[in-house]
Design a binder for this molecule. Structure first.
Ligand code: FES
Length: 124
């Protein structure tokens, strides 16, 4: 089994520029619809080369983002952009415009909440 450090390096940890979280249901959307969105997200990130290079886009499927409606729900950091109805047919545009070109898709945005400096500093 590979050392944790090797696995983290392979994943691009240390080079992550964006992180997209996707809730694929079951409360916010039909599970099949959520699964299709997740598969499309993984494929589009790979197709656009976002999983490698100087700056990596990390992607994580989560169990719930607590909105529990208008799913699949996507959340992109560092911008803190919340997307509703991040369905498989919308994912390619979301990936291209937000994750590749850095322009959040305003018409699909539910909320914005960029992260602030943590209370007590960054721990550096
Ligand atoms: S189940 Fe998707 S946000 Fe709660």
């Amino acid at each position: 089994m590979a050392e944790s450090r090797e696995v983290l390096e392979k994943l691009g940890v240390g080079r992550i520029g964006r992180h997209i979280l996707l809730c694929a249901g079951p409360k916010c959307c039909d599970e099949n619809e959520g699964q299709k969105a997740w598969e499309t997200l993984k494929a589009e990130i790979a197709r656009n080369g976002l999983g490698q290079g100087e700056t990596v886009c990390f992607r994580t499927r989560v169990g719930c983002l607590r909105l529990c409606q208008q799913g699949p729900v996507a959340l992109v950091y560092p911008e803190g952009t919340w997307y509703g109805e991040a369905t498989a047919d919308r994912i390619p545009r979301l990936v291209r415009e937000h994750l590749v070109e850095g322009r959040p898709v305003g018409e699909w945005t539910l909320a914005k909440n960029p992260l602030k400096e943590p209370v007590g500093g960054t721990g550096e």
